[in-house]
Design a protein around this ligand. Sequence first.
Ligand code: ZN
Length: 99
Amino acid sequence: MYKIHECDFLPKDGVSIVFSDSIINSDEAVWNLIIEREAIDEDLEDNHNLENVGDTIWQTVLEIYNCPFCSQTLSSDRVKNAAGNFAHINLSSWNSKRL
Ligand SMILES: [Zn+2]
């Protein structure tokens, strides 16, 4: 299960909103705000573990119910104090780490 929230109000780069059950460990698919930093040329010079421009260096994921940019409701089955699971994944070294 994988869906993308198409949104005119998203920041240009590095932020996306995705419905999936495999980003944050969750029994059910949830909407996730993903903030990520992609490698540019200088990053490849500094870090030999990165191979290509556009490789993800790190990613932070937060479970959400609404789009914070256009306010659209993404999930109508809200449960009090249930959303808000988050993860930070560092992919900048050969052994990527979920922190
Ligand atoms: Zn939106």
